[in-house]
Design a protein around this ligand. Structure first.
Ligand SMILES: [Zn+2]
Length: 265
């Protein structure tokens, strides 16, 4: 299957290729509980995730830099009020765009080829990636819009975490770097071009070092076979019993003890 902008997110493409978001569905990140059952239900078209405003704001900013904002606006009438004005969240997105566009250094990183699709193989499985800004021979850049760049997240086992590790953007960096290497023979540095939705938007270019990416790639390689086996229905997916899919499909058969209510996930 040849991937294009039109079919990249299709169910057919998701079934044939692994992607970073699919990987996180199956294996989680520090901040995301994995749910094999939900991940498979999504792939089989039995469960749909609702698109959050936060995701849509990210896509709005991506579309701006790709030069496809007109198409995006036409496809998403829900971003406008009844009076035809942009809703507050998207006016904020406009403000963020204006903020990063007046930073020359930030814009250098955003000057690459946009939404570049590549495929490759990791851990014996085919993968697809889509790069926000690709500067051939120089670097790979992913644009992230978030609540706050320096926000920290509490993890039971790991203590306080930065957003990069919490949301598994280091996993994304590892996969992107490896797939680009397979396509071009060059191992390029990975950067996150980050901008916040705070009252006064904050901006940073964040580097994730190759040593850390290598660690993450090793992790991905060792998990890929399991995902392929699950996608081929080789064994029963594990239910997390926490996500909306598990809540929706659970069938009670016995009471639980009250002390189980506080068991850690
Ligand atoms: Zn679940």
């Amino acid at each position: 299957m040849i991937l294009t902008a039109e079919n990249y997110y299709s169910q057919e493409a998701n079934r044939e290729y692994l992607s970073v978001s699919q990987y996180k569905d199956f294996c989680g990140s520090l901040g995301k509980i994995p749910c094999e059952a939900q991940a498979l239900a999504k792939l089989n078209g039995e469960w749909e995730m609702e698109e959050t405003t936060s995701m849509l704001v990210g896509s709005y900013v991506d579309a701006h830099f790709e030069g496809t904002l007109d198409i995006f606006r036409a496809k998403h009438p829900e971003i406008f009020t009844k009076g035809g004005q942009l809703k507050a969240e998207y006016r904020k997105a406009e403000e963020i765009i204006n903020r990063v566009e007046r930073d020359e250094y930030f814009m250098k990183y955003m000057s690459g080829q946009k939404q570049v699709i590549m495929t490759g193989e990791i851990g014996g499985a085919p993968w697809k990636i889509k790069i926000d800004s690709y500067l051939p021979g120089i670097c790979i850049v992913d644009l992230k819009v978030m609540k706050a760049i320096r926000e920290t997240f509490w993890c039971h086992d790991a203590g306080y975490m930065d957003f990069v590790q919490y949301w598994g953007y280091d996993i994304q960096g590892a996969v992107y770097q490896e797939i680009v290497r397979q396509n071009t023979g060059e191992k390029l540095p990975f950067y996150i071009a980050a901008a916040s939705k705070e009252k006064e938007p904050d901006i940073e270019i964040i580097h994730i070092d190759d040593t850390h990416l290598f660690e993450k790639l090793t992790e991905v390689e060792s998990n890929a076979a399991k995902i392929v086996a699950l996608k081929e229905n080789d064994y029963e997916p594990i239910r997390c019993e926490r996500c909306d899919y598990c809540k929706h499909t659970k069938i009670l058969t016995a009471p639980i003890h009250y002390s189980e209510l506080m068991t850690d996930i």
